[in-house]
Design a protein around this ligand. Sequence first.
Ligand code: PLP
Length: 342
Amino acid sequence: MLVTKPHLFTAEAERPAAPPVYVTLPDIEAAAVRIAGRVPRTPLVSSPSLSRLCGQPVHLKLETRQPIGAFKLRGAMNAVLALGQEQRQRGLVTASTGNHGRAVAYTARELGLRATICMSALVPANKIEAIRSLGAQVRIVGRSQDDAQVEVERLVDEDGLTQIPPFDHPEVVAGQGTIGLELVEDLPELALVLVPLSGGGLAGGIAAAIKALRPKARVIGISMERGAAMAAAIAAGRPVEVVEEETLADSLGGGIGLSNRITFALCRDLIDDVVLLSEAEIAAGIRHAAREEGEIVEGAGAVGIAALLARKVSPRGPTAVIVSGRNIDEAVHRRIVSGAAA
Ligand SMILES: *Cc1c(COP(=O)(O)O)cnc(C)c1O
C-alpha cells in the first residue's frame, strides 16, 4: 500500500480516505521482467555542470538513448506484451503522431504484429514518415486529433483492433514506472526526481515506484506554462479542458482526458509539486543539453534541466533528471542551440 503525500498530513486523523491506487510496485516490477531484453536499460550519467550549479550531485537519465529516441517504448511494449495472443493478432491501433505512435509502431514490428496509426491531415510530413519508416500503416482522417481518435474507436468497434492508449492505461503506466526501479538501483541515495509531465503516465509510474521504494524522496513534475493540462487538473481537483498552445515542449501538449481513470489520481496523490516553465526557459534547457551535456534533447525532454537552470527547483540531495526524449525538428534545434531566442 502506498502512503501518499505524507508531509501534508500532520496527524492520522487528518488523513483522507486512501485514494484508489491503480498501479503499484508489483505491477512495475512485473513490467520490468516483461520488457527485459526488448527495451534497453538506459544510462544514468553524472552532470558535472548541473552538479556545480546546484551544489548537489545531479544525474541525467538518458531516455534519449531508447531506439525510438524516447521512453514511450517502455509503456507500449509492456502493454502489448501483457495482451493475450488473440488481442495481439488483431493488430494495434493508436492516434498518437509523436513518440507514442513511434513506440507502438516499433513494438508491433519487433513482435511481428500489425499497427495502424491514425492521424489528421494537418500532421507534418516528417512525422508521418517517421511512423511509416517503422513499418506501421498510417491512416489519415479529418483535420484534428479528435477526428483521428474517432477513427481509432471505429477501428476498435468495427474491426476489433486493440487500442494502445498513450498514458491512461495501467500497463502503460507500469512500463514507464520501470524508470523508477532503474533510478533506485543506480542511485540508492536519491532525494529528488525531476520528471517531464503531460498526461502523467511517466510521472505517475515513476512516482509509484519511487514512493514505494524511497518514500522520503521528492518527485516533481515539470510542464510548460502554455497548456499544462495536469497542473490545471490538480489545481481544479478534477480533469479540466485546457487550450492547446504551440510550445517548444510539443511532446507535453494535449489534455489528460476528461474521463481520466488512472494518471490523474496517481499524479494528484504522489507528485510533490508541479513546476511550470516559459518557452525561453525551455530553450535554455535544450541549449544547455547540447552545449554542456553533448545531448540532442527535445523540448519536453529538456524541462528538468531547464527547471534547475531557472532555479525553480532547489535540490537538497542527490538528484535524477529524466531526459525523456530527443525527437526535435533539426532546424528548430539548430536555431535554439545557436543562441537565437525561443
Ligand atoms: C510523452 C512524453 C512526455 C510526457 O509523458 P506523459 O506520460 O504524457 O506525462 C515527456 N517527454 C517526452 C519526450 C514524451 O514523448
